[in-house]
Design a protein around this ligand. Structure first.
Ligand code: SF4
Length: 97
């Protein structure tokens, strides 16, 4: 259901909470160190490479990795070994944590 059909999903920015900012850095969706508007723009642009029509559709999946306890940002390498994102994630690389 689209509550605001007059707004294109392609124009939305990622809600940059703590979970998203940490996983975005691990997945190299941003090179920025601060959690600000520019970082939200950069992460959104990176996600648009995968789906330009609706880049923010990945928000729920990425955010809930952390919320559900399935991602500890590399502290628990056993979780990383089971993670489908491991091949693209800096936190899963040996010697990073
Ligand atoms: S590989 Fe590890 S740190 Fe990276 S997203 Fe998966 S669980 Fe999180």
């Amino acid at each position: 259901m689209n509550l605001w059909p007059e707004v294109s999903p392609a124009l939305l920015l990622i809600p940059l909470d703590r979970h998203i900012s940490r996983i975005a850095r691990n997945l190299e969706l941003t090179s920025r160190g601060s959690d600000d508007w520019k970082t939200a723009e950069e992460v959104s642009a990176s996600l648009a490479r995968f789906c330009p029509e609706d880049p923010i559709k990945y928000d729920f999946s990425l955010c809930h990795l952390g919320i559900a306890g399935e991602c500890t940002h590399g502290k628990d390498q056993e979780l990383c070994r089971r993670c489908l994102l491991a091949s693209a994630c800096l936190a899963a690389k040996p010697g990073r944590n």
